[in-house]
Write a protein that binds this ligand. Sequence first.
Ligand code: AMP
Ligand code: MG
Length: 699
Amino acid sequence: MTAFDRFLMVDWSGGNDRGPAPKADAIWTCVAGKAPEYHRNRQEVEAWLAAQITDALESGQRLCIGFDFPFGYPTGFAHAVTGSDDPLVLWDWLEVRIEDAPKANNRFDVAAEINRSLGTNGPFWGNGLARNVLGLPRRMEGYENPFAAHRQVEMETPGAFTCWQLAGAGAVGSQVLMGLPVLARLRRRFAGQVAVWPFQPLETPVAFVEIWPSLLADQVKAEMALRQAPIKDAVQVELVAQALAGLSVVQLAQLLDVDAPEEGWILGSGRADMLAAAVSGPKPPPLRNDCFALPPGVEWTPVEQALSLLQAGMRPVTGSEWTGLAQLTGCVLAAPVIAKRANPPQANTAVDGYGFAGPAPEGLNRLPLQFGRAAAGVPYDGVLEPGHALRILTGAALPGGVDTVVLDEDTSVDPGQAIAFHGPLRRGANTRNAGEDVAAGDTILPAGRRLTPADLALLAATGHDGAEVRKPLRVAVLSTGDEVVEPGAEAGPGAIYDANRPMLMAMVRAFGLEPVDMGRVEDNRFALQDRLNEAAAQADAILTSGGASAGDEDHVSALLRDAGAMQEWRIAVKPGRPLALGLWQGMPVFGLPGNPVAAMVCTLIFARPALLRLAGCDWSDPQAFDVPAAFEKRKKPGRREYLRARIREGRAEVFHSEGSGRISGLSWAEGLVELPDGELHVRPGDPVRYIPFGSFGWG
Ligand code: AMP
Ligand code: MG
């Protein structure tokens, strides 16, 4: 039976008391679903763990506790020390000898005692003390280890440290010596209630398992990037707890199914993908209450200033999740991605031809052919003799002795014997160097990047099968107005069909976000209030249209004002009436004008970049081009203007009417012409700034 009700992870420490304030490299624990907890020393955490076990037993809950240190040593060690192969006998053996107090312990002396009893200058090494300890080498000179350097699982888990090293950066040896006695005592105290994986069948209410948080290194990195000044150990235990709790019973059973009766095993080794998929990142902190604040005394805010205020106030509000390569297009990276592998991974040939050691001198070159060939994926496993040539095909790794390739077409071949060609040919000709495109360790993509199909190729080539990306931003879309009725429904006199909602939902989708349909609501404060509550519960941001000005029936602005977090943005823009921006239960609300033309322009120019920033993207201006105008227009100073436009024969045409109720003009247009804030007289042929709808994600 492998189902557990609770998961508790422990990031252990072999060091001394770390004081009362939370610090790195101390002991951190986390119960899945709760916040991580700090423990200043082992004495404190031992009592805390006993209380956790007691609580689980009393409430009839099955508890899985993970510890991040090896439960066993390489084969043969337990027997050499205790006369038994049973690792749990070694646990008890250590428990008798290890003395532990908050400020001092005898771990180096016990390790030295073991070394001496074995008559070897090892297997333990590393001494964190100033004094020398007889029998414990400080460094690896003269070191002898009668056992394997690593357990089997460590050889299959790149990066895992050896348990023999007791001091120095990353060493885990001390954690094992100081951890196993604590586990031995807990086992004795709760005799018959605790099983140790993978040595015992997990038939008891409590299980101890070995974990290694570095299996989630990518997720931890992403989570650290999301939070401010986090402690890595705390994030690690939180994510491992989340991952194990997020596995299905079948998945967990698969991970637990290992055969390692003496050395023990790391839970999830080789299946980091499964753990990663089970992590669901916690939500980042909410927006600040003043995120839409305008500077005092401003009457009409210029577009440029409105955009920089929005840029400063918005930041990502969605958590992150690990997503496989096939689903990544359009996703937003939550953390930078580092190349795991170089591209190309090894030097190879860019052409079909013959490889040799270059350079080739001017004039006729004749090289005897060596038997065999190198092809992509089928490397030549040998070394080319000096002065010879070898058949080599595009993409093949350069065999030893080859650094230059001559093209097939430039060669005459005497089959099986020799090739001839005319030099000169510089050394390295027709080859690609390892890493000439990307070196391992390079940052290939920044956080905030929306992934393109080409990015997927780059990720795959550099060793990634997925990435940590933002969860999609859910945007609630809501129409307001007594006159507005559902498209297709009976429409009495004075009624108009809801044109904004289908348009806005589709725009949200085109921005790569997730629209949530919140329907229509009449001009009634209480009804609107209820609907906004529902929207806030289901979405990360809210887009309303209508009712955003200061009139009697403008309830969106009235409600936001009452909620105390409303700003009426009078932006110097045409088309566009006041935009009501505010927070409703912590969710940003973009109160758009009801007019479809104004609703669309305000969404494109203001809501879109703000929503994308909330979704985790970098702030970006839409791509625009200067093109000659096909129209004439005089414009007054004071407002920036957006005209419905399209390009025909290389010139920007604008819609014949600027009426803001003209929906047909929106449909006619393929982009917008943006005219600057100042006074202007545009004549045919003058350059104007054209923003194709494609720059906004559709068109
Ligand atoms: P308001 O901003 O509520 O004063 O509305 C301004 C204009 O836009 C009015 O003529 C409304 O009838 C119209 N309008 C409001 N909402 C919509 C909608 N969802 N679809 C089409 N027109 C609308
Ligand atoms: Mg209205």
